[in-house]
Design a protein around this ligand. Structure first.
Ligand SMILES: Cc1ncc(C[n+]2csc(CCOP(=O)(O)OP(=O)(O)O)c2C)c(N)n1
Ligand SMILES: [Mg+2]
Length: 417
């Protein structure tokens, strides 16, 4: 790790990594008490990625988390109680108990797009967010995360190509944790470095030690600045390891013991504590203070979540489908005059007659052009014809003088010979 941040930034990164881990530890306890509804995923050992990358964003920027990015939500400002209540399907949760895990967003204030379960789909969506921000003159950057497994979906490639060709201010973090469910990365992609996928789209990429929070932050910061400056999308591959099974139900017995031991010895929080202590940024007292702050906060947040009621049954049918303005009001926040970003009206005139094309009835009975190739050319309209009483031009005549009937084409060919 290199020393290049302010003292406060170093301590912020530490606080959020510890908070990320403590929130998830608390949820494991809640899960075992049967208080969590649905699955529970873990980002144990991957906290440096979520925290370091999200910390590189500005307040106005947008992110969309995946299941292992609770750390990014915390950095963006989501209170732990929302995460607890969402997992417990409580009435006061962001989705009022309608959805679980971290499937919620905040479009108005925190600029968070809700996760999409279909792996890869957030890539074109966040490309769209990035493009919209540019269109509105907001100078924002959009960020999302994808796994090694998710990087093999079709939409990953379509989305990244789209982002590249649009030069969207978009940063994609590829968390290569070596496993997708029980499939090792070697069995699903023949590349040493998944960052090489960027070459196919002509975009820049980085490879980072995903267990080094300072490296994660510094690289993401550079990428975010480059994207904001108009250099187009950037892919960051973070090399790491999924320390738990896919979710709580999975004991991950398929993971070799030596592999687990290797990565456990590279725990991102332990590595960072060593660095902070060596740089005299953290001592035993400072560490204890942070621990106490987190424990007090989370006890309060958990109590609030546990005391929140379950949603009343009669609300089960409401808020399922978007009904427009009474569902949510999202209005563009223009930072440039609307006229400046509104494209000019098309000045292309509709073409009504095409020389060499005849006309006839389509199967629907309406007149439709039929290509006979050798029908006599139709007179062009000059555009100077008299206007009708309502000020519009009279409808152009489509049918040529010699209406072509089936078989007539060969007849006219014969006549010319
Ligand atoms: C398009 C799609 N295919 C399959 C799934 C089911 N699925 C959910 S998570 C997962 C494994 C993802 O592995 P990876 O992308 O490496 O992320 P990790 O779980 O390691 O963070 C799969 C196959 C899905 N959600 N979407
Ligand atoms: Mg994976």
């Amino acid at each position: 790790m290199k020393k290049e941040l302010t003292r406060q930034q170093y301590l912020d990164l530490y606080f959020y990594m510890r908070l990320n881990r403590a929130v998830e530890d608390m949820m494991v306890k809640l899960f075992r008490q049967n208080k969590i509804v649905g699955g529970l995923y873990s980002s144990l050992g991957q906290e440096a990625i979520s925290v370091g990358t999200a910390y590189a964003l500005e307040k106005k920027d947008w992110l969309a988390p995946m299941i292992r990015n609770i750390g990014a939500l915390l950095v963006k400002g989501v209170p732990p109680r929302d995460i607890f209540m969402q997992h417990m399907a409580k009435y006061d949760s962001p989705t009022k108990g309608k959805d679980g895990t971290s499937h919620f967003g905040d479009l108005d204030n925190l600029h968070i797009v809700s996760p999409i379960s279909m792996l890869g789909d957030l890539i074109p969506v966040m490309t769209g967010v990035a493009m919209a921000g540019r269109y509105l003159g907001q100078k924002i950057v959009a960020m999302t995360w994808i796994g090694d497994g998710g990087s093999s979906t079709g939409v990953f490639h379509e989305g990244l190509n789209f982002a590249a060709v649009q030069r969207a201010p978009f940063v994609l973090i590829l968390e290569n944790n070596l496993w997708a469910y029980s499939t090792p990365v070697r069995k699903q992609v023949p590349l040493e470095n998944l960052a090489d996928r960027a070459k196919a789209y002509g975009i820049q990429s980085y490879i980072v030690d995903g267990n080094d929070v300072v490296a994660m932050y510094s690289t993401a910061k550079q990428a975010v600045e480059r994207a904001r400056a108009g250099e187009g999308p950037i892919l960051i591959e973070a090399k790491t390891f999924r320390r738990m099974g896919h979710a709580q139900h999975d004991p991950a017995e398929y993971v070799p013991k030596e592999m687990r031991a290797y990565w456990e010895a590279r725990d991102p929080i332990a590595l960072y504590e060593k660095f902070l202590t060596g740089e005299k940024l953290l001592d035993a007292k400072g560490r204890k203070e942070i621990e106490e702050k987190i424990n007090t906060l989370l006890a309060k947040e958990r109590d609030f979540a546990e005391n929140s009621p379950m949603p009343p049954p009669e609300l089960a049918e409401t808020g399922v489908y978007c009904t427009g303005d009474d569902c949510h009001k999202i209005r563009a926040k223009w930072e440039r005059p609307v006229a400046e970003v509104t494209p000019p009206r098309s000045r292309v005139e509709a073409v009504w007659t095409v020389p060499g094309f005849g006309s006839g009835k389509g199967s629907g009975g309406a007149h439709a052009p039929i290509h006979f190739g050798d029908t006599p050319p139709v007179e062009h309209t000059t555009g100077n014809e008299a206007k009708s009483a309502n000020g519009r031009k009279p409808a152009a005549k489509v049918a040529p003088k010699n209406t072509v009937k089936p078989g007539a084409a060969s007849a006219s060919r014969k006549a010319r010979r």
